[in-house]
Design a protein around this ligand. Structure first.
Ligand SMILES: Cc1cc2nc3c(=O)[nH]c(=O)nc-3n(C[C@H](O)[C@H](O)[C@H](O)COP(=O)(O)OP(=O)(O)OC[C@H]3O[C@@H](n4cnc5c(N)ncnc54)[C@H](O)[C@@H]3O)c2cc1C
Ligand code: SF4
Length: 512
Protein backbone atom coordinates (compact mmCIF):
# COMPACT_ATOMS: atom_id res chain seq x y z
CA UNK A 1 0.00 0.00 0.00
CA UNK A 2 1.33 3.43 -0.94
CA UNK A 3 1.60 6.01 1.84
CA UNK A 4 0.88 9.66 1.12
CA UNK A 5 1.50 11.22 -2.28
CA UNK A 6 3.98 14.09 -2.59
CA UNK A 7 4.80 16.66 -5.26
CA UNK A 8 8.52 15.95 -4.88
CA UNK A 9 10.38 13.16 -3.14
CA UNK A 10 14.10 13.64 -2.56
CA UNK A 11 16.13 10.58 -1.58
CA UNK A 12 19.29 11.53 0.35
CA UNK A 13 20.07 14.76 2.19
CA UNK A 14 23.75 15.47 1.39
CA UNK A 15 25.21 18.28 -0.71
CA UNK A 16 22.84 17.54 -3.61
CA UNK A 17 19.64 16.53 -1.79
CA UNK A 18 19.97 18.92 1.16
CA UNK A 19 20.60 21.89 -1.14
CA UNK A 20 17.74 20.95 -3.46
CA UNK A 21 15.35 20.66 -0.50
CA UNK A 22 16.43 24.07 0.70
CA UNK A 23 15.85 25.64 -2.72
CA UNK A 24 12.44 24.00 -3.25
CA UNK A 25 11.06 24.47 0.27
CA UNK A 26 9.66 28.01 -0.35
CA UNK A 27 7.74 26.72 -3.42
CA UNK A 28 4.95 25.51 -1.10
CA UNK A 29 5.02 22.14 -2.86
CA UNK A 30 4.57 19.06 -0.74
CA UNK A 31 8.10 17.70 -0.36
CA UNK A 32 9.29 14.48 1.28
CA UNK A 33 12.93 13.79 2.18
CA UNK A 34 13.87 10.17 2.71
CA UNK A 35 17.23 9.71 4.44
CA UNK A 36 18.74 6.37 5.42
CA UNK A 37 20.70 7.89 8.30
CA UNK A 38 19.64 9.88 11.34
CA UNK A 39 20.68 13.31 12.61
CA UNK A 40 24.28 13.09 13.72
CA UNK A 41 24.28 13.14 17.53
CA UNK A 42 25.85 16.25 19.04
CA UNK A 43 28.28 14.79 21.57
CA UNK A 44 31.83 15.25 22.83
CA UNK A 45 32.94 12.36 20.63
CA UNK A 46 32.35 14.61 17.57
CA UNK A 47 35.76 16.17 18.26
CA UNK A 48 37.50 13.13 19.72
CA UNK A 49 39.89 11.77 17.10
CA UNK A 50 40.26 8.51 19.01
CA UNK A 51 36.52 7.98 18.54
CA UNK A 52 36.28 9.40 15.02
CA UNK A 53 39.43 7.82 13.54
CA UNK A 54 40.59 5.22 16.07
CA UNK A 55 37.17 3.60 16.43
CA UNK A 56 35.49 4.79 13.20
CA UNK A 57 32.53 5.85 15.32
CA UNK A 58 30.53 7.48 12.52
CA UNK A 59 31.70 5.58 9.44
CA UNK A 60 29.35 3.04 7.88
CA UNK A 61 30.03 -0.62 8.73
CA UNK A 62 28.86 -1.65 5.26
CA UNK A 63 31.04 -3.97 3.20
CA UNK A 64 31.48 -3.50 -0.53
CA UNK A 65 33.80 -5.42 -2.83
CA UNK A 66 36.65 -4.59 -5.20
CA UNK A 67 37.03 -5.99 -8.70
CA UNK A 68 38.81 -9.10 -7.40
CA UNK A 69 36.18 -9.73 -4.75
CA UNK A 70 38.24 -8.18 -1.94
CA UNK A 71 36.09 -6.77 0.89
CA UNK A 72 36.14 -3.00 1.31
CA UNK A 73 34.70 -0.94 4.17
CA UNK A 74 33.95 2.36 2.38
CA UNK A 75 34.94 5.60 4.06
CA UNK A 76 31.46 7.08 3.85
CA UNK A 77 28.84 8.31 6.29
CA UNK A 78 25.06 8.05 6.41
CA UNK A 79 23.54 10.99 8.30
CA UNK A 80 21.30 13.95 7.58
CA UNK A 81 23.71 16.19 5.62
CA UNK A 82 25.50 13.16 4.15
CA UNK A 83 29.26 13.34 3.84
CA UNK A 84 29.26 17.11 4.20
CA UNK A 85 28.95 16.54 7.98
CA UNK A 86 32.58 15.37 7.78
CA UNK A 87 33.94 17.33 4.85
CA UNK A 88 36.79 19.82 4.96
CA UNK A 89 34.45 22.39 3.39
CA UNK A 90 36.95 23.42 0.71
CA UNK A 91 34.42 24.82 -1.75
CA UNK A 92 35.98 25.25 -5.20
CA UNK A 93 34.60 26.29 -8.56
CA UNK A 94 35.88 24.13 -11.38
CA UNK A 95 38.11 26.01 -13.85
CA UNK A 96 36.79 27.24 -17.23
CA UNK A 97 38.86 24.69 -19.15
CA UNK A 98 37.54 21.85 -16.98
CA UNK A 99 34.27 22.16 -18.92
CA UNK A 100 36.10 21.66 -22.26
CA UNK A 101 37.84 18.65 -23.79
CA UNK A 102 41.24 18.45 -22.10
CA UNK A 103 44.05 16.27 -23.42
CA UNK A 104 45.88 14.52 -20.59
CA UNK A 105 49.15 12.62 -20.86
CA UNK A 106 47.27 9.31 -20.69
CA UNK A 107 43.78 10.04 -21.88
CA UNK A 108 41.04 12.58 -22.45
CA UNK A 109 38.84 14.48 -20.09
CA UNK A 110 35.60 14.97 -22.04
CA UNK A 111 33.76 18.21 -22.70
CA UNK A 112 30.67 19.06 -20.64
CA UNK A 113 27.53 19.93 -22.61
CA UNK A 114 27.11 22.99 -20.39
CA UNK A 115 30.05 25.33 -19.86
CA UNK A 116 31.45 27.44 -17.09
CA UNK A 117 29.26 30.50 -17.95
CA UNK A 118 26.19 28.25 -17.56
CA UNK A 119 27.30 27.32 -14.03
CA UNK A 120 28.73 30.72 -13.00
CA UNK A 121 25.48 32.29 -11.69
CA UNK A 122 24.77 29.15 -9.64
CA UNK A 123 28.33 29.15 -8.28
CA UNK A 124 27.64 32.74 -7.13
CA UNK A 125 24.49 31.58 -5.34
CA UNK A 126 26.17 28.47 -3.94
CA UNK A 127 29.02 30.53 -2.45
CA UNK A 128 26.47 32.82 -0.79
CA UNK A 129 24.32 29.99 0.54
CA UNK A 130 27.30 28.07 1.96
CA UNK A 131 28.92 31.30 3.25
CA UNK A 132 32.24 30.72 1.51
CA UNK A 133 35.31 32.59 2.78
CA UNK A 134 37.99 33.32 0.17
CA UNK A 135 39.96 35.87 -1.82
CA UNK A 136 39.96 36.22 -5.58
CA UNK A 137 42.87 37.35 -7.74
CA UNK A 138 45.68 35.23 -6.28
CA UNK A 139 45.14 31.92 -8.07
CA UNK A 140 46.36 31.95 -11.71
CA UNK A 141 43.80 29.30 -12.71
CA UNK A 142 40.79 30.97 -11.11
CA UNK A 143 37.71 31.27 -13.36
CA UNK A 144 36.07 34.68 -13.89
CA UNK A 145 33.35 35.75 -11.48
CA UNK A 146 31.19 38.83 -11.30
CA UNK A 147 31.23 38.97 -7.51
CA UNK A 148 33.74 38.73 -4.69
CA UNK A 149 33.46 35.95 -2.12
CA UNK A 150 30.70 36.71 0.39
CA UNK A 151 33.26 36.74 3.25
CA UNK A 152 37.01 37.47 3.55
CA UNK A 153 39.42 34.54 3.57
CA UNK A 154 40.38 32.56 6.64
CA UNK A 155 43.83 33.86 7.58
CA UNK A 156 46.95 31.72 7.56
CA UNK A 157 48.43 31.02 10.98
CA UNK A 158 52.14 32.00 11.36
CA UNK A 159 53.62 28.60 10.40
CA UNK A 160 51.46 28.42 7.27
CA UNK A 161 52.28 32.03 6.48
CA UNK A 162 55.99 31.16 6.55
CA UNK A 163 55.29 28.39 4.05
CA UNK A 164 53.25 30.86 1.98
CA UNK A 165 56.23 33.21 1.66
CA UNK A 166 58.66 30.34 1.04
CA UNK A 167 56.45 29.17 -1.84
CA UNK A 168 56.27 32.70 -3.26
CA UNK A 169 60.07 32.91 -3.15
CA UNK A 170 60.10 29.83 -5.34
CA UNK A 171 57.99 31.62 -7.94
CA UNK A 172 54.71 29.91 -7.05
CA UNK A 173 51.29 31.51 -6.47
CA UNK A 174 49.97 30.18 -3.18
CA UNK A 175 46.42 31.31 -2.44
CA UNK A 176 43.71 31.01 0.17
CA UNK A 177 41.42 28.01 0.14
CA UNK A 178 37.74 28.92 -0.29
CA UNK A 179 36.18 27.52 2.88
CA UNK A 180 32.68 27.03 4.26
CA UNK A 181 33.46 27.57 7.94
CA UNK A 182 31.60 30.33 9.78
CA UNK A 183 34.62 32.03 11.31
CA UNK A 184 34.47 35.74 12.08
CA UNK A 185 38.05 36.84 12.73
CA UNK A 186 37.10 40.45 13.44
CA UNK A 187 34.70 39.77 16.29
CA UNK A 188 35.05 36.40 18.01
CA UNK A 189 31.84 37.05 19.96
CA UNK A 190 29.92 36.95 16.68
CA UNK A 191 31.82 33.96 15.36
CA UNK A 192 30.05 30.60 15.26
CA UNK A 193 33.40 28.88 14.57
CA UNK A 194 36.17 28.82 17.18
CA UNK A 195 38.96 27.75 14.79
CA UNK A 196 39.57 24.32 16.27
CA UNK A 197 41.95 21.50 15.26
CA UNK A 198 39.21 18.94 14.54
CA UNK A 199 37.43 20.16 11.41
CA UNK A 200 38.34 18.26 8.23
CA UNK A 201 37.09 14.70 8.71
CA UNK A 202 35.13 15.56 11.88
CA UNK A 203 31.59 16.83 12.42
CA UNK A 204 31.33 20.32 13.92
CA UNK A 205 30.11 20.33 17.50
CA UNK A 206 29.08 23.98 17.13
CA UNK A 207 27.19 23.69 13.83
CA UNK A 208 29.69 26.23 12.49
CA UNK A 209 30.62 24.23 9.42
CA UNK A 210 28.52 25.05 6.37
CA UNK A 211 27.30 21.52 5.77
CA UNK A 212 24.14 20.38 4.01
CA UNK A 213 22.39 19.67 7.30
CA UNK A 214 22.98 23.11 8.83
CA UNK A 215 22.66 25.10 5.59
CA UNK A 216 20.23 22.97 3.59
CA UNK A 217 17.98 20.64 5.57
CA UNK A 218 17.37 22.46 8.88
CA UNK A 219 16.16 25.68 7.25
CA UNK A 220 14.03 23.64 4.82
CA UNK A 221 12.40 21.89 7.80
CA UNK A 222 11.01 25.20 9.01
CA UNK A 223 8.53 25.05 6.09
CA UNK A 224 5.51 22.95 6.99
CA UNK A 225 5.23 21.65 3.42
CA UNK A 226 8.52 19.76 3.97
CA UNK A 227 8.65 16.36 5.71
CA UNK A 228 11.81 14.46 6.58
CA UNK A 229 11.81 10.78 7.41
CA UNK A 230 15.11 9.57 8.82
CA UNK A 231 16.32 5.97 9.01
CA UNK A 232 14.42 5.37 5.78
CA UNK A 233 16.66 3.45 3.44
CA UNK A 234 15.26 3.39 -0.08
CA UNK A 235 15.57 -0.10 -1.54
CA UNK A 236 13.96 0.14 -4.92
CA UNK A 237 12.00 2.31 -7.35
CA UNK A 238 8.96 0.84 -9.10
CA UNK A 239 7.57 2.09 -12.44
CA UNK A 240 4.36 1.93 -14.44
CA UNK A 241 3.94 -0.80 -17.06
CA UNK A 242 5.54 1.22 -19.83
CA UNK A 243 8.48 2.05 -17.57
CA UNK A 244 8.50 5.80 -18.16
CA UNK A 245 7.22 6.95 -14.74
CA UNK A 246 8.32 6.06 -11.23
CA UNK A 247 5.07 5.18 -9.50
CA UNK A 248 6.32 4.14 -6.08
CA UNK A 249 9.39 4.20 -3.89
CA UNK A 250 10.03 1.29 -1.58
CA UNK A 251 11.83 2.20 1.64
CA UNK A 252 12.84 0.15 4.62
CA UNK A 253 11.66 1.87 7.79
CA UNK A 254 11.97 0.18 11.19
CA UNK A 255 12.51 -3.15 9.45
CA UNK A 256 9.37 -2.89 7.29
CA UNK A 257 8.85 -2.00 3.64
CA UNK A 258 6.89 1.20 3.14
CA UNK A 259 5.86 2.75 -0.16
CA UNK A 260 5.68 6.43 -1.19
CA UNK A 261 4.73 8.12 -4.43
CA UNK A 262 5.65 11.47 -5.91
CA UNK A 263 5.07 13.48 -9.09
CA UNK A 264 8.82 14.09 -9.18
CA UNK A 265 11.40 11.72 -7.70
CA UNK A 266 14.98 12.88 -7.14
CA UNK A 267 17.86 10.57 -6.29
CA UNK A 268 20.60 12.26 -4.25
CA UNK A 269 22.21 9.29 -2.51
CA UNK A 270 25.77 10.10 -3.61
CA UNK A 271 27.24 8.89 -6.90
CA UNK A 272 27.72 5.29 -5.77
CA UNK A 273 24.44 4.71 -3.95
CA UNK A 274 22.33 6.47 -6.59
CA UNK A 275 23.78 4.14 -9.23
CA UNK A 276 23.22 1.17 -6.92
CA UNK A 277 19.58 2.11 -6.44
CA UNK A 278 19.00 2.39 -10.19
CA UNK A 279 20.73 -0.94 -10.80
CA UNK A 280 18.71 -2.61 -8.03
CA UNK A 281 15.51 -1.26 -9.57
CA UNK A 282 15.82 -3.44 -12.67
CA UNK A 283 12.51 -4.79 -14.00
CA UNK A 284 11.15 -6.48 -17.12
CA UNK A 285 10.89 -3.08 -18.75
CA UNK A 286 14.38 -2.03 -17.57
CA UNK A 287 16.27 -5.35 -17.43
CA UNK A 288 19.73 -3.79 -16.91
CA UNK A 289 18.64 -1.31 -14.27
CA UNK A 290 16.27 1.63 -14.21
CA UNK A 291 17.11 4.46 -16.64
CA UNK A 292 19.96 2.38 -18.01
CA UNK A 293 19.16 2.04 -21.72
CA UNK A 294 22.62 3.57 -22.36
CA UNK A 295 24.30 0.88 -20.19
CA UNK A 296 26.12 3.79 -18.51
CA UNK A 297 24.55 3.69 -15.04
CA UNK A 298 27.43 3.03 -12.63
CA UNK A 299 30.11 3.41 -15.32
CA UNK A 300 32.76 6.15 -15.50
CA UNK A 301 33.04 6.08 -11.71
CA UNK A 302 35.68 8.62 -10.63
CA UNK A 303 37.11 9.47 -7.19
CA UNK A 304 40.25 11.53 -7.89
CA UNK A 305 43.82 10.33 -7.65
CA UNK A 306 44.66 11.56 -4.16
CA UNK A 307 47.80 11.44 -2.05
CA UNK A 308 48.44 12.80 1.41
CA UNK A 309 52.02 13.90 2.04
CA UNK A 310 53.04 14.47 5.62
CA UNK A 311 56.07 16.69 6.07
CA UNK A 312 57.77 16.22 9.42
CA UNK A 313 60.06 18.95 10.63
CA UNK A 314 62.39 19.41 13.59
CA UNK A 315 60.51 22.54 14.55
CA UNK A 316 57.15 22.47 16.32
CA UNK A 317 54.14 23.38 14.19
CA UNK A 318 51.62 24.96 16.56
CA UNK A 319 49.02 25.58 13.82
CA UNK A 320 45.47 24.89 14.98
CA UNK A 321 43.64 25.15 11.66
CA UNK A 322 46.07 24.59 8.77
CA UNK A 323 43.62 24.09 5.87
CA UNK A 324 43.97 27.64 4.55
CA UNK A 325 46.52 27.41 1.73
CA UNK A 326 46.44 25.99 -1.79
CA UNK A 327 48.65 25.95 -4.89
CA UNK A 328 47.39 25.57 -8.43
CA UNK A 329 50.60 26.32 -10.35
CA UNK A 330 50.75 22.73 -11.65
CA UNK A 331 47.04 22.43 -12.38
CA UNK A 332 47.57 22.59 -16.15
CA UNK A 333 51.13 21.23 -16.14
CA UNK A 334 54.57 22.78 -16.07
CA UNK A 335 57.55 23.51 -18.30
CA UNK A 336 58.35 20.36 -20.31
CA UNK A 337 55.01 18.75 -19.34
CA UNK A 338 52.13 20.32 -21.17
CA UNK A 339 49.47 18.18 -19.50
CA UNK A 340 47.36 18.71 -16.38
CA UNK A 341 48.99 17.54 -13.14
CA UNK A 342 46.57 18.72 -10.47
CA UNK A 343 45.95 20.64 -7.31
CA UNK A 344 47.73 20.94 -3.95
CA UNK A 345 46.17 22.06 -0.66
CA UNK A 346 47.03 21.91 3.01
CA UNK A 347 45.33 19.11 4.91
CA UNK A 348 43.38 19.39 8.12
CA UNK A 349 45.22 18.94 11.39
CA UNK A 350 47.05 15.68 12.06
CA UNK A 351 46.25 15.08 15.72
CA UNK A 352 48.20 12.53 17.79
CA UNK A 353 45.20 10.20 17.92
CA UNK A 354 44.75 10.48 14.16
CA UNK A 355 48.45 9.62 13.66
CA UNK A 356 48.13 6.76 16.17
CA UNK A 357 45.01 5.43 14.43
CA UNK A 358 47.04 4.95 11.24
CA UNK A 359 50.28 3.80 12.91
CA UNK A 360 51.29 0.56 14.65
CA UNK A 361 49.70 0.09 18.10
CA UNK A 362 52.99 -0.77 19.89
CA UNK A 363 54.44 2.69 19.33
CA UNK A 364 54.26 4.72 22.59
CA UNK A 365 51.68 7.54 22.69
CA UNK A 366 54.44 10.12 23.32
CA UNK A 367 55.98 9.30 19.96
CA UNK A 368 52.72 10.05 18.16
CA UNK A 369 52.35 13.23 20.17
CA UNK A 370 55.87 14.38 19.25
CA UNK A 371 55.32 13.47 15.61
CA UNK A 372 51.90 15.10 15.32
CA UNK A 373 53.12 18.39 16.76
CA UNK A 374 55.79 18.68 14.04
CA UNK A 375 53.82 17.80 10.93
CA UNK A 376 52.28 19.72 8.07
CA UNK A 377 49.90 17.70 5.93
CA UNK A 378 49.38 18.17 2.19
CA UNK A 379 46.55 16.86 0.04
CA UNK A 380 47.40 16.33 -3.64
CA UNK A 381 44.71 15.71 -6.21
CA UNK A 382 45.05 14.68 -9.86
CA UNK A 383 42.14 14.26 -12.24
CA UNK A 384 40.69 10.77 -12.44
CA UNK A 385 39.70 10.14 -16.08
CA UNK A 386 36.27 8.65 -16.85
CA UNK A 387 36.55 5.08 -18.11
CA UNK A 388 33.56 2.83 -18.72
CA UNK A 389 35.28 -0.16 -17.09
CA UNK A 390 35.66 1.79 -13.83
CA UNK A 391 32.22 1.13 -12.54
CA UNK A 392 29.78 0.56 -9.72
CA UNK A 393 28.21 -2.84 -10.17
CA UNK A 394 25.60 -4.85 -8.27
CA UNK A 395 25.83 -8.61 -8.30
CA UNK A 396 23.91 -10.98 -6.00
CA UNK A 397 22.76 -7.85 -4.20
CA UNK A 398 26.40 -6.98 -3.29
CA UNK A 399 28.00 -3.68 -4.28
CA UNK A 400 31.19 -3.88 -6.34
CA UNK A 401 33.60 -1.09 -7.25
CA UNK A 402 35.49 -2.27 -10.33
CA UNK A 403 38.24 0.29 -10.39
CA UNK A 404 41.67 0.56 -11.98
CA UNK A 405 43.90 3.59 -11.47
CA UNK A 406 44.59 5.89 -14.41
CA UNK A 407 46.44 9.12 -15.21
CA UNK A 408 49.43 7.67 -13.37
CA UNK A 409 52.21 9.69 -15.02
CA UNK A 410 50.67 13.07 -14.22
CA UNK A 411 49.82 11.89 -10.70
CA UNK A 412 53.35 10.65 -9.95
CA UNK A 413 54.81 13.81 -11.44
CA UNK A 414 52.72 16.02 -9.14
CA UNK A 415 53.79 13.98 -6.09
CA UNK A 416 57.47 14.12 -7.03
CA UNK A 417 57.32 17.83 -7.84
CA UNK A 418 55.66 18.64 -4.53
CA UNK A 419 58.14 16.54 -2.56
CA UNK A 420 61.01 18.39 -4.28
CA UNK A 421 59.47 21.70 -3.32
CA UNK A 422 58.94 20.64 0.29
CA UNK A 423 62.49 19.34 0.54
CA UNK A 424 63.76 22.70 -0.70
CA UNK A 425 62.07 24.39 2.28
CA UNK A 426 64.04 23.36 5.36
CA UNK A 427 63.46 22.56 8.15
CA UNK A 428 60.84 20.30 6.58
CA UNK A 429 62.65 17.01 6.82
CA UNK A 430 60.97 13.63 6.41
CA UNK A 431 58.14 13.05 4.01
CA UNK A 432 55.58 10.30 4.34
CA UNK A 433 53.27 9.59 1.45
CA UNK A 434 49.90 7.86 1.72
CA UNK A 435 47.98 7.10 -1.44
CA UNK A 436 44.22 6.88 -1.14
CA UNK A 437 42.81 3.40 -1.75
CA UNK A 438 39.55 1.87 -2.99
CA UNK A 439 37.81 2.51 0.35
CA UNK A 440 38.35 6.27 -0.09
CA UNK A 441 35.16 7.20 -1.88
CA UNK A 442 34.83 10.79 -0.55
CA UNK A 443 35.12 12.40 -4.00
CA UNK A 444 32.89 9.91 -5.84
CA UNK A 445 31.29 11.17 -9.06
CA UNK A 446 30.43 10.37 -12.68
CA UNK A 447 28.17 7.29 -12.43
CA UNK A 448 25.17 8.86 -14.22
CA UNK A 449 26.79 11.46 -16.46
CA UNK A 450 24.63 14.19 -17.97
CA UNK A 451 24.52 15.11 -21.67
CA UNK A 452 22.31 15.65 -24.68
CA UNK A 453 22.52 12.22 -26.26
CA UNK A 454 20.57 9.37 -24.55
CA UNK A 455 23.05 6.89 -26.00
CA UNK A 456 26.09 8.49 -24.36
CA UNK A 457 24.58 9.85 -21.13
CA UNK A 458 22.12 8.79 -18.42
CA UNK A 459 20.74 12.24 -17.59
CA UNK A 460 19.64 15.11 -19.77
CA UNK A 461 20.90 18.64 -19.15
CA UNK A 462 18.31 19.17 -16.40
CA UNK A 463 19.59 16.00 -14.70
CA UNK A 464 16.38 14.18 -15.55
CA UNK A 465 16.93 10.57 -16.65
CA UNK A 466 16.53 10.23 -20.42
CA UNK A 467 14.42 7.11 -19.91
CA UNK A 468 12.05 7.97 -17.06
CA UNK A 469 10.08 11.21 -17.25
CA UNK A 470 9.70 11.99 -13.53
CA UNK A 471 13.09 10.76 -12.28
CA UNK A 472 16.08 13.05 -11.59
CA UNK A 473 19.56 12.52 -10.12
CA UNK A 474 21.05 15.49 -8.26
CA UNK A 475 24.34 14.52 -6.60
CA UNK A 476 27.91 13.92 -7.78
CA UNK A 477 26.68 11.34 -10.33
CA UNK A 478 26.15 13.85 -13.14
CA UNK A 479 29.84 14.86 -13.62
CA UNK A 480 31.14 13.93 -17.11
CA UNK A 481 34.69 14.49 -15.82
CA UNK A 482 36.13 14.93 -12.32
CA UNK A 483 38.54 17.87 -12.86
CA UNK A 484 41.14 18.05 -10.07
CA UNK A 485 39.33 20.12 -7.46
CA UNK A 486 37.05 19.22 -4.57
CA UNK A 487 33.62 18.47 -6.07
CA UNK A 488 31.06 19.78 -3.60
CA UNK A 489 30.54 23.39 -4.67
CA UNK A 490 29.76 22.09 -8.17
CA UNK A 491 27.24 19.58 -6.74
CA UNK A 492 25.62 22.42 -4.77
CA UNK A 493 25.58 24.82 -7.73
CA UNK A 494 24.07 22.11 -9.92
CA UNK A 495 21.37 21.37 -7.32
CA UNK A 496 20.42 25.07 -7.38
CA UNK A 497 20.31 24.97 -11.19
CA UNK A 498 18.08 21.87 -11.23
CA UNK A 499 15.87 23.42 -8.53
CA UNK A 500 15.17 26.31 -10.91
CA UNK A 501 14.07 23.85 -13.60
CA UNK A 502 11.87 21.96 -11.13
CA UNK A 503 10.18 25.18 -9.94
CA UNK A 504 9.15 25.77 -13.54
CA UNK A 505 8.07 22.19 -14.10
CA UNK A 506 5.97 22.21 -10.94
CA UNK A 507 4.04 25.33 -11.95
CA UNK A 508 0.43 24.54 -12.91
CA UNK A 509 0.04 24.84 -16.69
CA UNK A 510 -2.34 27.66 -17.57
CA UNK A 511 -4.98 26.89 -20.21
CA UNK A 512 -5.45 29.45 -23.00
C1 LIG B 1 36.35 13.27 5.18
C2 LIG B 1 35.82 13.95 3.95
C3 LIG B 1 36.28 15.22 3.62
C4 LIG B 1 35.80 15.87 2.48
N1 LIG B 1 36.22 17.14 2.23
C5 LIG B 1 35.72 17.80 1.17
C6 LIG B 1 36.08 19.16 0.92
O1 LIG B 1 36.84 19.78 1.66
N2 LIG B 1 35.54 19.77 -0.17
C7 LIG B 1 34.69 19.12 -1.02
O2 LIG B 1 34.26 19.72 -2.02
N3 LIG B 1 34.32 17.84 -0.79
C8 LIG B 1 34.80 17.17 0.27
N4 LIG B 1 34.39 15.89 0.53
C9 LIG B 1 33.42 15.28 -0.39
C10 LIG B 1 31.98 15.71 -0.08
O3 LIG B 1 31.62 15.28 1.20
C11 LIG B 1 31.07 15.12 -1.15
O4 LIG B 1 31.48 15.64 -2.42
C12 LIG B 1 29.60 15.49 -0.98
O5 LIG B 1 29.15 15.21 0.31
C13 LIG B 1 28.81 14.69 -2.01
O6 LIG B 1 27.47 15.13 -1.98
P1 LIG B 1 26.33 14.16 -2.50
O7 LIG B 1 25.04 14.86 -2.35
O8 LIG B 1 26.72 13.63 -3.86
O9 LIG B 1 26.38 12.88 -1.51
P2 LIG B 1 26.39 12.77 0.08
O10 LIG B 1 26.76 14.06 0.71
O11 LIG B 1 27.20 11.57 0.42
O12 LIG B 1 24.86 12.50 0.44
C14 LIG B 1 24.19 11.31 0.10
C15 LIG B 1 23.05 11.12 1.11
O13 LIG B 1 22.21 10.06 0.65
C16 LIG B 1 21.89 9.21 1.75
N5 LIG B 1 21.59 7.88 1.17
C17 LIG B 1 22.43 7.07 0.52
N6 LIG B 1 21.77 5.98 0.08
C18 LIG B 1 20.48 6.11 0.47
C19 LIG B 1 19.32 5.30 0.32
N7 LIG B 1 19.36 4.13 -0.33
N8 LIG B 1 18.15 5.74 0.87
C20 LIG B 1 18.09 6.95 1.53
N9 LIG B 1 19.17 7.74 1.70
C21 LIG B 1 20.35 7.34 1.16
C22 LIG B 1 23.15 9.24 2.61
O14 LIG B 1 22.92 8.84 3.94
C23 LIG B 1 23.53 10.73 2.50
O15 LIG B 1 22.87 11.51 3.45
C24 LIG B 1 34.86 15.21 1.64
C25 LIG B 1 34.39 13.93 1.97
C26 LIG B 1 34.86 13.30 3.11
C27 LIG B 1 34.34 11.92 3.44
S1 SF4 C 1 37.11 24.82 12.76
FE1 SF4 C 1 35.18 25.87 13.15
S2 SF4 C 1 33.74 24.96 11.70
FE2 SF4 C 1 35.49 23.58 11.85
S3 SF4 C 1 34.86 22.09 13.41
FE3 SF4 C 1 36.05 23.71 14.45
S4 SF4 C 1 34.49 25.17 15.17
FE4 SF4 C 1 33.52 23.86 13.63
Amino acid sequence: MVNEHYDVIIIGTGAGGGTLANALAPSGKKILLLERGNFLPKEKANWDSKEVYGKDRYRTKEVWYGKNGEAVNPFTHYYVGGNTKFYGSALYRLRERDFETVIHKEGISPEWALKYPDFAPYYDRAEKLYEVRGKRGLDPTEPPSSEDYPFPPISHEPHIEKIYYALKERGLHPCYQPLGVKLNEVDSFLSACIRCPTCDGFPCLLNAKADADVIGVRPAMSYNNVTLITEAKVLRLHTNASGNQVTSIEAQIAGESQFFSGDIVVLACGAINSAVLLLRSASDRHPHGLANSSDLVGRNYMRHRITAIVALSLQQNPTIYPKTLAVNDFYWGEKDFDYPMGHVQTLGNITEDRAAAKGPPFVPKEVYKAVASRTTGWFLMTEDLPEPHNRVRVSNNKIFLDYTNNNEIAYQRLIERWKEILKSMPPLAILMTTKMSLEDVGHQCGTCRFGEDPQTSVLDLNCRTHDVDNLYVVDGSFFPSSAALNPTLTIIANALRVAEHLWQRLQPTTKE
